[in-house]
Design a binder for this molecule. Structure first.
Ligand code: PXG
Length: 464
């Protein structure tokens, strides 16, 4: 067997990768021509690639490495757990200590009566659980016709058939027979792109009221649940107007619709509270969790469920579960991650130190000619690129052309800042220090300048 190590030349690793590795959300041919960037190690907020470049990871991997890279405690817990009990399942009336301890911890951390955890291996799996759980709940309550779940366009809830259907990504729905029946999508609260002449708060209210209109149209006795990310992440860090969530909560309460908060990105400190639901002031019946639950050190997700739902579901057998539900190693690592977040005051660090420090600097980017708005909640932020700040115009080029140029400049300047269309987004590890925030902002500015120059040179500085 060939040993493939970090010591092979980058080009050789890239060729092997292109030959055998199919990448998620990636145009294969394009990647093969260019060669994937090979990441070899990481510490704190910094990645190292196979050429020795040191890159500031302003995306915390995929929004998940909340405590930063390189925490030995998690490696030690994993090794210990692997030696003691590497695997056992939680089906058929068995359990084990790591799953018990993690469920107990999550019940204590989650607000209100969210006291029960159904484990999964990822956010996608957890949202699939949610689809089946809310429909089963209503069926057990004698209302099986209550099976429609309302979500939003441009939401991201995962990539499996169920969770991808819950999500509102048109590009995903176009492939592989999605969405499944019984999912209804309303518009998102994206004021910058879709607000037209409306005031931001009035627009937020109007977009929330689309939920009420949809419920009336579908029939209140047919709607099971509404799902939303407190702050949309993969959709481009869309910070909703303040008016939005209180109105959604009012409508869910009025029609007895279950509220599912997808906390996969917002959870575990990202917004400056333990959960995004607390930041936007909602009381969900279910929270979807993953990512920051283990800071990405192990694949684990789940649904934290309120008493009423868990009690009703518990009256029968819920024919659902995954081989790795509550996996002992993943659970032990998640528990250790939560201990670190708690004992090191990482949520307080976000709220009191990092978020206020970055907010001002992030906002200052709006003085750049290409930046229309800059928004940030806790440590998830976005800037909208535009050729005209006054009118919030889009570029004449295909959406994402300018964003991609900017992202490429970021890469060249050793900064991972993603683009979603023509929005640039950040979600750095929560442990980021003020001086690292300075570096992030300096590299972002430099990359914006270089992108601006290229955009003008290539004749892309044009309004749609
Ligand atoms: N819900 C939300 C809100 C997410 O952001 C999922 C569910 C699905 O989780 P899993 O663990 O199944 O991936 C996510 C995942 C991106 C990107 O490009 C975002 C995610 C995943 C991959 C890429 O921003 N979010």
């Amino acid at each position: 067997m060939n040993m493939i190590t970090n010591h092979l030349p980058t080009a050789e690793l890239q060729a092997l990768d292109a030959a055998h590795h199919m990448h998620p959300f990636t145009a294969g041919g394009e990647l093969a021509a260019k060669g994937a960037r090979v990441i070899t190690r990481a510490r704190g907020v910094t990645l190292t690639d196979s050429d020795g470049n040191e890159i500031l990871d302003a995306m915390a991997g995929l929004w998940c490495v909340n405590i930063g890279y390189g925490r030995d405690e998690l490696a030690e817990v994993a090794a210990r757990q692997m030696r003691e009990l590497p695997y056992y399942n939680t089906f058929f009336q068995t359990t084990h200590v790591p799953a018990i301890a993690l469920a107990e911890r999550l019940a204590a951390l989650a607000p209100g009566d969210l006291n029960h955890v159904f484990f999964a291996g990822s956010g996608s799996e957890a949202n699939d659980t949610n689809i089946r759980m809310v429909r089963t709940y209503w069926a057990m309550k004698g209302q099986p016709e209550r099976n429609v779940i309302i979500s939003r366009k441009n939401a991201y809830h995962g990539s499996s058939v169920g969770s991808g259907s819950l999500g509102g990504m048109a590009g995903m729905h176009a492939q592989g027979g999605m969405p499944i029946p019984g999912i209804h999508h309303i518009n998102q609260p994206d004021w910058w792109s879709e607000g037209g002449d409306m005031e931001r708060e009035a627009f937020g209210l109007a977009r929330a009221q689309e939920l009420e209109a949809a419920i009336k149209e579908i029939g209140p006795d047919k709607v099971a649940a509404f799902i939303g990310e407190p702050v949309q992440g993969a959709g481009g860090v869309i910070v909703p107007p303040d008016s939005y969530w209180p109105e959604i909560q009012r409508i869910c309460d009025k029609y007895c619709i279950l509220l599912i908060a997808d906390e996969v990105i917002c959870g575990f400190g990202r917004t400056g509270n333990w959960f995004g639901s607390q930041t936007v002031g909602i009381k969900p019946h279910i929270m979807t969790i993953a990512k920051g639950l283990s800071s990405g050190y192990q694949p684990i997700g789940g649904s934290i469920v309120c008493d009423e739902l868990a009690n009703v579901i518990g009256q029968g057998e819920f024919n659902h579960g995954y081989t790795y539900s509550g996996h002992p190693v993943a659970s032990a690592v998640a528990l250790e991650n939560l201990r670190i977040i708690e004992e090191e005051g990482i949520v307080d660090h976000v709220r009191d130190v990092a978020a206020p420090y970055v907010a001002e600097k992030w906002q200052s980017l709006t003085d750049h000619p290409m930046v229309g708005e800059a928004r940030i909640v806790g440590l998830m932020g976005s800037i909208a690129l535009t050729p005209n700040k006054e009118t919030r115009a889009k570029f004449a080029s295909d959406a994402g052309t300018v964003g991609y140029i900017c992202r490429e400049r970021c890469f060249a300047n050793n900064l991972i800042m993603r683009h979603v269309g023509d929005r640039m987004i950040i979600a750095p590890p929560l442990v980021i220090k003020p001086e690292e925030i300075d570096t992030l902002i300096a590299r972002a500015r430099l990359s914006l300048d270089e992108a601006f120059e290229r955009v003008r040179k290539e004749g892309l500085w044009q309004e749609a």
